[in-house]
Design a protein around this ligand. Structure first.
Ligand code: ADP
Ligand code: MG
Length: 319
């Protein structure tokens, strides 16, 4: 397929029901917000051999691309609306890859109720894909990294490290179901949209980040933005049963990234409400530590005896 056929046959069906896309018949897309709403925007770029392998196939690549972008909106407590797609292809790619790519997008956009409204398509030897996502939030409800307060408790959703383990091929002592679970955590993360929205709407949390580069790395961003220290307890970090079985170094799991869980801080007085929300959403939430005053913003990781554990690596960084 060539560019215009791709747009017409592969991408246009994904705009169905979304008037904002102008049926991909214009240079631009447009939509309006209510007076009391704010637009929340984020972008991700995926590069071949860095973020994905061509052999992963279109379905997995597209699913993860869109899911991880949705996760950025979750960190703000926003509701997803639309996205724009940067797509690259070449003559060796094959139509099946493109169709599978669109199938991955369709599944995710139906699940999270958002629509494609435009993009750009080019041919390139090396593949890269990009999504710019648009969401909305009620004015004044958004969560920001800089909003952590001294004495806030630190919470994290789900489990840490599964997605990293899901990329590893060789394990001993894990069942097929456990290996499958870990692999799915890698390719199909679960953006915590409902949790983010409820935390923001109920004003339970004012500070959150999604974990893309590693729990330690993303929590450190919160510390630096809020000029505070995070004191966290290794024993309280949530790891799945499958992850524990691998006997992988726990510090590596905390700095590996790709979890797409939320790390957020909240006032101590609200901790019961947060655990009630966890129950309501059937969402695992763990309290892992506390934000403290410090002349040096950063993370202090403590073992069960209160002894400091040195951290060599915080997370993934492009260099
Ligand atoms: P222009 O050259 O004016 O930038 P294009 O010819 O590239 O526009 O695109 C035509 C229409 O198709 C536009 O509405 C654009 O948003 C849409 N489009 C192009 N590529 C994609 C894509 N990968 N996904 C969704 N829409 C796309
Ligand atoms: Mg144009």
């Amino acid at each position: 397929m060539k560019e215009f056929e791709l747009i017409e046959k592969i991408f246009k069906p994904l705009t169905k029901g979304h008037a904002a896309a102008q049926n991909l018949a214009d240079d631009t897309a447009r939509f309006s917000l209510q007076k009391n709403e704010e637009l929340v925007v984020s972008k991700d770029i995926y590069l071949e051999d860095v973020h994905f392998l061509r052999s992963d196939g279109g379905f997995k690549i597209a699913s993860k691309l869109l899911l991880t972008n949705i996760s950025d909106l979750a960190s703000a407590g926003a509701t997803p609306l639309y996205y724009m797609l940067g797509f690259s292809f070449n003559k060796n790619l094959g139509n099946d890859f493109c169709k599978e790519f669109a199938r991955g997008l369709k599944k995710v956009q139906e699940q999270y109720k958002l629509g494609l409204i435009g993009g750009d398509t080019i041919s390139s030897k090396k593949l890269f894909f990009s999504v710019t996502i648009f969401g909305k939030i009620k004015k004044g409800e958004t969560m920001l990294r800089q909003n952590a307060k001294e004495g806030d408790l630190i919470f994290v959703s789900g489990n840490i490290g599964d997605a990293f383990l899901g990329l590893k091929k060789r394990f001993t002592g894990l069942s097929a179901a456990e290996k499958n679970y870990l692999s799915n955590r890698h390719f199909f993360p679960t953006p915590r949209i409902e949790l983010g929205k409820k935390l923001a709407q109920k004003k339970l949390a004012k500070c959150a980040a999604d974990i893309s580069d590693g729990l330690l790395s993303d929590l450190r961003h919160i510390c630096i933005a809020s000029k505070l220290k995070a004191e966290i307890l290794l024993d309280e970090i949530p790891f799945s049963a499958a992850a524990k079985k691998t006997k992988n170094d726990l510090l590596e799991l905390m700095s590996a990234g790709d979890d797409y869980e939320l790390v957020f801080t909240a006032a101590k007085k609200d901790s019961q409400k947060i655990f009630a929300l966890a129950k309501e959403l059937k969402q695992k939430i763990s309290c892992i530590g506390e934000m403290k005053k410090s002349s040096k913003p950063g993370i202090e990781l403590l073992d069960s005896n209160g002894k400091k554990i040195p951290i060599k690596k915080f997370g993934y960084e492009h260099s």
